[in-house]
Design a binder for this molecule. Sequence first.
Ligand SMILES: Cc1cc2nc3c(=O)[nH]c(=O)nc-3n(C[C@H](O)[C@H](O)[C@H](O)COP(=O)(O)O)c2cc1C
Length: 287
Amino acid sequence: MANVENTPSKSNEQLNQYVEQFKLYRDKVLALSNDSLEKTIAVALALCLVCAVLVSLATVALRPLQSHNKALDMKKNILDVAGLLNENTDIDSAFKENIESKIVDLKTGDYVDGINVDEYDQRKAAKDPLQNEAIPVDKDIASIRTKAKYTKIYFVKKAGQLQSIILPINGYGLWSTMYGFLALEADAQTVQSINLYDQAETPGLGGEVVNPNWRALWKNKKVYSDKGDVALTLVKGGVDESRADAVYKVDGLAGATLTSRGVSNLIQYWMGPEGFATFLTKIRTQG
Ligand SMILES: Cc1cc2nc3c(=O)[nH]c(=O)nc-3n(C[C@H](O)[C@H](O)[C@H](O)COP(=O)(O)O)c2cc1C
């Protein structure tokens, strides 16, 4: 036998009843004096309800646009560190034409298949217990506590030839975890540029990590010493260019020793054995 309770006509009837009850209540409230407590509360509640519905609708409707803008912003940061960004750059097409994204297993230095590289969000993965790994305190030089097991790197290619390798880096400064990219030339050793695109250090002090003049000091610096150790570091007071090791040194930020130390630490960590050292060694030796 058909379930009479759930037939469409029965539920329409119920809905009509609710609408009628609502109209009765609405007319009763509207008939009240504007000064009455009941009318004031009813109008306030109705207003809250309408606003809540509008905000929820806007949130849901704008979500795809927000995701698109977030992805576009990341592409912009990558093009910037690759030296491929100017005010007329069409970000999507420049990224598509020049950049190849890959997922790398940091432990083995090998590429990882089976992950959608376009959808993989490394910053999210670093916070997800299913996708991250805890960094032992004694190895956590960059003070980041966890890192994604797999990391997304980018190759810049021109006519099929590797131009540069772009590596995501992050580490704690004085007030914030700084996120950025380091671009190395195809030799996997010479710095092309750095872009610490997300940080909350003090503007004018640690926040000078975004200053183009300071960023320019990184060009042509070397990461690894002849022994293979991470030698690249920031120095307080400025680099003595007459010294043989000047190629491994970048001027520290004036009045921001702690942020500078954070930058040195994140370079030490991410270029070291816990970071990209294995992968970069493979690039140098195997191409
Ligand atoms: C309001 C305020 C904001 C600061 N912001 C930073 C900062 O973003 N990065 C930093 O390294 N030091 C910052 N400092 C300075 C540090 O407290 C510390 O004095 C400084 O890192 C020492 O650098 P120096 O030896 O180069 O002077 C700030 C200090 C104050 C009072």
